[in-house]
Design a protein around this ligand. Sequence first.
Ligand SMILES: [Zn+2]
Length: 496
Amino acid sequence: MKKKIISGFFFVIFLINISQPALAEEDFKIGDTVKCNVEVLNIRSEPSIKVNRVGKLKKDDIAIIKDGPVKKDGYTWYQINNQSNSGWVASKYLTLDIKKAKIKTYAFVDVDTKLMFRSKPSIKGRILSRLKNGTRVEVLDERVLSETHNWIKVKVKERIGYVSKHFLRFEDKLSQRNKRSEKQSTNMVKIKDIQLKLDKNTLETINILTSKSVDYKKYVLGQAQSKTKRIVLDFKKSEIEDNIIKKLKNYSYDKIWIGSLKGKEDVVRLVVTIRGNKKFNITDLDSKYGLQINFIKNKRETIIIDAGHGGLNTKSYNGHIGDSGTISPYTNKMEKDLVLSVSFKLKKSLENRGYNVVMTRTKDEYIDLYKRADIANNTNGDAFLSIHFNSSKNSSATGIETLYCPSNKKNEIKPKDQISFARVMQDTLSNKLNRRNRRLLKKPQYVILRETKMPAVLMELGFLTNKEDERLARNKTYQKRAAEAIADGLDKYFSK
Ligand SMILES: [Zn+2]
């Protein structure tokens, strides 16, 4: 009997000693008393390293957990307060204060027959009940002394009384917490799962679920121009299960590899091979431990489509009279309407190809030329296309023309030569539409060509003053083919 008591007692001590350091990264519970384990710990107004400091804890300062945990900025945060401070701190710098921890302690009755449960800490106390071997009691106070026995104040089935300490076997005080702590005593983070989310056969996200917050290093291998890049994540002090490794081996889209590093068995490396232009970011998972790699949808360049002209010739738009552009001598169709129709078709074609599209106008209104350039420049776009139909006194004039601003390195207007862009667009359009490749024209005086910061062209898709060109201009199929040809030209220009 005595031997049992002693071994049980030592068991408790032993656990307290080994579990203290391992508790550093532990989950705390509201009401827990914690101790600061670093020289100075910042207290912040919110659970984030990006917000203001509202106070600090010094080493061994005591505080009470009020709220949490919240995972943010790579830390697990708890709201704490003490006499002088209140706010959020990172949990890795806190240690549970074992002495003041709000942990209920239990013990089991350990007798051959029955143990008297008395109203007072004395054999003279009234017997409240006789406790059977194995009855679990909640320990309220261990240090109730009397002349002859060491009495302990306990609670049994909501009744409070006293039993002799010698007939109790203590349940390890930290049992609930230590079930976790024992696992953590190796300090290894378990990579619990890797979840892949696909969207139309391309990876959208990779979730890496871990047993606790994990320290990792990120590398990106591959030159800016190279066709593939590798995201490498090294998880420190981590281990991974074989079934996850097997699961990823069967994965057939982008290449993903995971395993322990040779020579550094406690580092788990994840390698994701991605196509060169795919962008990504890495964030903490919201509600669980772990990370998420997000692949940003592969949006291509931003194109500004400028449907030429617009508005009624009799109406003023922000101080400018509306402008219908050329009016067909055959059908009275107006250029402003035809170019808007082509522009919408072009927008659809470009968006289908993954481009971002911004339009300077989407309805029949006049927009000032400087305003059009402003719209373009504010988008930080990659190319500007102004869509027009042509006119000539000579009704036999026919075909495609592209206007551009020549380079002027001296005053930094269009420092990059626009002719290569204009030539690609002109040639692609006239070839695909099988119309006359009429000419490239230098137009430095054109506001929209000169004031836009990106490569810019004005494309004349045919002559409304020519009978055949005018018929085609009104034809929806021709408009669609023209839109596709312009999109082809952009694809060609950007693939160079
Ligand atoms: Zn025009």
